[in-house]
Design a protein around this ligand. Structure first.
Ligand code: NAP
Length: 299
């Protein structure tokens, strides 16, 4: 019989991930706080749950991907939450990007119920979730990781075991500190060039012929040049991840001067009401400061 999955959190990432599990033959029970986001999955054959606990109670795997630490604590520890209902043999996999400290606490509380916990944050954004091509960074017991791997292989193309509980999240925060800073400095450079009258397409030709070329900016540039900030990864979540990276740096005594400055740029863009847009909308904040736009014709 196909293993059963209780899947909680059907946002930008969770919806396509749950759909891929369903298509791969898993028996999937879904829960989302805003119930309507479960409709397409239920039409495709998923069972509906009315609470996180109901989604978890029969499941071999409990899978979560929600916004932040507070949301994870609510669905896990709250009334009708996961830990009220989880089976003792179950594996609880969390792909939310949250505080490693909170995640380690949830791992301990899950162990108290006899179940196993993995932090398994991802990178690859909405298109990676849709194609089942995410990269996973996993923390927890290696043997549990081995048992979870067949399921994670449905969702991703690369699975990196990082170490004990919280290590996957520590890697994820480091990775997003790099990614947020790369995109921000790309935008700063293009605003500088635009102010001097150098066209974005000319600048892109130069970047793509230089050591500054990156898969991230190759992917994001066409959206920036069109002014299309449909959220693949909302700016408010990149700001959250930079705040988590700062907390991690502070608690470990690691100075992060560039990421710290970049966090404030995302904070300012978020304060301007751009939090729901893709994080590439950080360019619009920089454009407004400089009084110039980085757009190709028609953009
Ligand atoms: P999203 O579209 O905003 O979805 C957030 C999900 O969390 C929704 O299902 C939301 O429910 C749920 N939620 C929020 N607060 C809740 C609460 N108090 N109780 C129950 N459910 C709650 O976000 P996303 O882009 O899918 O991202 C989800 C997580 O993955 C975040 O931690 C993000 O940093 C991480 N991530 C995202 C990407 C990406 O490219 N998008 C990539 C890697 C990692 P409602 O529908 O009711 O609001």
């Amino acid at each position: 019989m196909a293993p059963s999955v209780g899947f909680i959190g059907l946002g930008i990432m969770g919806q396509p991930m749950a759909m891929n599990l369903l298509k791969a033959g898993y028996s999937v029970t879904v829960y989302n706080r805003s119930l309507h986001k479960a409709d397409s999955l239920i039409s495709a054959g998923a069972k509906a749950a009315r609470s996180p606990g109901e989604a978890a109670q029969q499941a071999d795997f409990v899978y979560t991907i929600v916004s932040d630490s507070a949301a994870m604590e609510e669905i896990t520890l709250g009334k009708d939450g996961i830990l009220e209902a989880i089976r003792s043999e179950a594996i609880f996999i969390d792909s939310s990007t949250i505080s490693p400290v909170v995640s380690r606490k949830l791992a301990c509380q899950t162990a108290g119920k006899g179940a196993s916990f993995l932090d398994a944050p991802v990178t690859g954004s909405k298109h990676g979730a849709e194609k089942g091509e995410l990269t996973f960074m996993v923390g927890g017991d290696r043997e549990t990781f081995g048992r979870a791997l067949p399921l994670l292989e449905v969702l991703g193309k690369k699975h990196v075991y990082c170490g004990a509980h919280g290590a996957g999240l520590s890697a994820k925060l480091a990775q997003n500190a790099i990614q947020s800073t790369m995109l921000e400095i790309f935008c700063e450079g293009f605003v500088l060039a635009a102010k001097a009258g150098v066209k974005p397409e000319t600048m892109m030709e130069i970047v793509q012929s230089s050591m500054a070329r990156a898969a991230l900016t190759d992917f994001k540039a066409p959206f920036i040049f069109k002014g299309d900030f449909t959220p693949y990864f909302p700016l408010k979540w990149m700001h959250k991840d930079l705040e988590l990276a700062m907390e991690a740096g502070y608690s470990q005594g690691v100075p992060m001067p560039a990421a710290s400055a970049v966090k404030e740029v995302y904070a300012a863009a978020k304060a301007q009401g751009k939090g729901e847009l893709d994080y590439a909308a950080v360019v619009t904040f920089l454009e407004e400061l400089a009084g110039v736009k980085v757009r190709t014709s028609g953009g």
